[in-house]
Design a protein around this ligand. Structure first.
Ligand SMILES: NC(=O)c1ccc[n+]([C@@H]2O[C@H](COP(=O)([O-])OP(=O)(O)OC[C@H]3O[C@@H](n4cnc5c(N)ncnc54)[C@H](OP(=O)(O)O)[C@@H]3O)[C@@H](O)[C@H]2O)c1
Length: 280
């Protein structure tokens, strides 16, 4: 079965579906089958990264799929060890070769690594890659407002997307507000908090019961109503379908407020604060 997912417009005039598929851990033949299944079900936005070592798997899934390349939105990400300008340009090209694609729809800097202090160079490489047609839209992940402000000050270009850790235990209210005020769209990584205790939460279960939905569906609907694009990962066709079936109900203001109360300062899954944490 296939449903068409609505899209939202980014600050550069391109558009993205309001939900996508995460692919961390989807590799090889099983990974390609899982991604092809998601495309068959209706996913059009696919999130990979150089460091997931599965850009090739995503490319293979696209080749197996009957959906045309133009209908898909493929995202990849630049690793922290390649932030210097020349390295960044070469790695974007390498990312394309790995997936056997002519262009990515969205290319992101994976982590700011502020202690290394090369993320502005990396951003300049993404700006140029967009100008050369290697990528259609550019953005970042895990950038704090201070990092975003610096990009704008030094290059005049703000990202179209900031992909951040976001789930009911860590709802990133201030960061989302900054994005809204500056017309940067939010994408939610680990939108289901990697299926941790959130999937047994009593408040969420009660809300799910009211709507005759699962907790995962309530959480993904909550992301959607916050205006963020969730990219849940699932290897299972049943759960892929469950996760995308969130457009036939809505949460009330009261339910949104109840979910907002579940957030906590130490709610990150693995304590990966971008001010300190680095990934290469
Ligand atoms: N930019 C970054 O720094 C960054 C960091 C982390 C992740 N990401 C991206 O974000 C994507 C999603 O995040 P994530 O993979 O960390 O976590 P997630 O999507 O929150 O959770 C994935 C886990 O939830 C399970 N699951 C999925 N749907 C379910 C359902 N309906 N019911 C019960 N369990 C369910 C999956 O198992 P099954 O596969 O068995 O269904 C898997 O174990 C990643 O795959 C990656 O593309 C980006």
């Amino acid at each position: 079965m296939s449903k068409s997912v609505e899209e939202i417009t980014l600050n550069d005039g391109t558009s993205l579906p309001v939900i996508g598929l995460g692919t961390y851990g989807l590799n090889g033949n099983a990974g390609a089958s899982a991604i092809t299944s998601a495309i068959d079900i209706g996913y059009r936005l696919i999130d990979t990264a150089y460091n997931y070592e599965n850009e090739g798997t995503v490319g293979e899934a696209i080749r197996r799929s009957t959906v045309s390349r133009e209908e898909l939105r493929i995202t990849s990400k630049l690793p922290g060890r390649y932030h210097e300008y020349d390295n960044a340009v070469t790695r974007i090209q390498e990312s394309l070769y790995r997936a056997n694609l002519d262009y990515y729809d969205l290319y992101l800097i994976h982590w700011p690594n502020p202690k290394q202090d090369h993320y502005v160079e990396a951003w300049q490489a993404l700006i140029d890659a967009k100008r050369w047609g290697l990528v259609r839209s550019i953005g970042v992940c895990n950038f704090l407002p201070e990092h975003l402000e610096r990009l704008e000050k030094e290059t005049g270009v703000l990202p179209s997307i900031n992909q951040i850790e976001l789930h009911p235990f860590f709802n990133q209210e201030d960061q989302r507000k900054w994005h809204e005020e500056h017309n940067v769209k939010t994408e939610s990584w680990s939108p289901l908090a990697r299926a941790n205790a959130v999937l047994q939460n009593e408040t969420l279960q009660q809300i799910a019961n009211v709507h005759n939905k699962t907790i995962s569906q309530v959480i993904l609907r909550w992301h959607h109503q916050l205006g963020s694009i969730p990219i849940p990962k699932s290897a299972s066709p049943e759960r892929q379908l469950e996760n995308i079936s969130i457009f036939d109900f809505s949460l009330s203001d009261r339910e949104m407020n109840l979910i907002a109360e579940l957030t906590r300062p130490d709610g990150r899954n693995k304590n990966q604060d971008p001010a300190e944490y680095e990934e290469f």
